[in-house]
Design a protein around this ligand. Sequence first.
Ligand SMILES: C[S@@+](CC[C@H](N)C(=O)[O-])C[C@H]1O[C@@H](n2cnc3c(N)ncnc32)[C@H](O)[C@@H]1O
Length: 348
Amino acid sequence: MSVVPHTTEETDASPEPISPSLRRVQGIASTALDRTKDATANALTASRQAWTKAAEVKRQAQRSLVAQRVATLADKTAAQTRQATAAAVVASRLGFARAAKLGRETVLPELGRASAKVRERTRPERLKQDWREFLLKWHANVGDKGIEKLSFTPTQAPVALEALTVKGPNRAHGHDYKPTPKLVFDWALAGVPEDFSKFSFVDYGAGKGRVMLLASQHPFTAVGGIEFAVELHDDATMNIAQFPRSRMKCRNVECVLEDAAALGPLDTQAIHYFFDAFSSQVFGEVLAGIIAAYREHPRRLYLILIGQEGGELAEESGVFKRIDLPVAERLRAKLFSPYEIAVYRSLA
Ligand SMILES: C[S@@+](CC[C@H](N)C(=O)[O-])C[C@H]1O[C@@H](n2cnc3c(N)ncnc32)[C@H](O)[C@@H]1O
C-alpha cells in the first residue's frame, strides 16, 4: 500500500460557512448535553447520598443487633450473678454457723484453757514461786561456786533422808539435806552485831558441813555442828578436814553425830543456827534446852532461823526478841533470798 501525501490544497482549504439552522441544532444539542451532564451529576450525587444513608441504616441495624446481643448476655450474666450471690449467702450462712459451732466446741475451750494458764502463771503466789525457783538456781550456779570449789565433798546436791542411816528417834521430824546458799548465810550473820571472837557458833543439823566451813572463816572461839545422819556427818567431817587452813579464822571446828534434841547447848555466848533442819516440835525441844541453859546463866545468845519452823516459839519464850538485819542486808535478803531470815537476840 503506498502512502500518498496530503496536498497543500486540502490543508489550506477555507471552512464551509455554517447554516443558521445547523447552528440552532448545534445550540439545542449543546444545551441538551449540558442538561444531561447536570442531570447525570445530580443523579450521581443522589445515588451517593442514598448509598451513604443505606450504609448508615445498615450500621445502625448492626449496632442494634449487637446491642440486643449484649443486653441478652447482660441479662444472662445478671441471672447467673443473682444465683451465685444467693448460693454464696447460703454458703456463708452455713460457714458462719459451722465456724460458730467450731468456735463453741474447740476454740472457746482452748481460749479458756489459755487464759486460765495465763491467770495461773500471773497469780502473785505463782510469780513468787517462779522467782524463788530462779533465785535457788542463781545461788546454786553463781553465789555458791566459790565455797563449792573449796569443799572436798560437793555440798550442793540435795539428799533425801530416807536413804540415810539416822541416829535417834527423830527421823520423821527431820528435813532432807540441802545446803544454805553462801550469800544467805552472809546476810544472816550480818544481823549479829558482835565481836565474833567472844562467841561460839553451832549449826543444828549440819549436813555436809557447808555452814561450818563458812563460819570457820570468822574468828569464833569454836564452830560446832550436830548432824544425825551418818553419811552426811562423814561428809562434813571430811570437808572440815580438807578445808584450806589458810582460810580458817577458827580452827576449832567439829561436827558431832547426834540427834540435836539429845544434845545440851554450849555454856558460852553463842550463835545457834538453824536452816530448815526439822519440825517445830524438835525445834521446840532444842529451844527449851537453850532457854534452860540461859536461865541458869543469862548471857548474850543469838538464834538465826533460816526457813526454820518455830520462830513464834522464840518470840513467845520471853527470852528472845527478834532483831532487824542491817538495812542493806535486809534489802538484799528481801529481794534475793529464797528463804526467810529471822535473827533473835537474848534479852541479857
Ligand atoms: C536443810 S539441811 C541443812 C544443812 C546445813 N545446816 C546447811 O545449812 O547447809 C537439814 C539437816 O538437818 C539434819 N537433821 C534433821 N533432823 C535432825 C536432828 N534431829 N538432829 C540432827 N540433825 C538433823 C538433816 O539430816 C539435814 O542434814
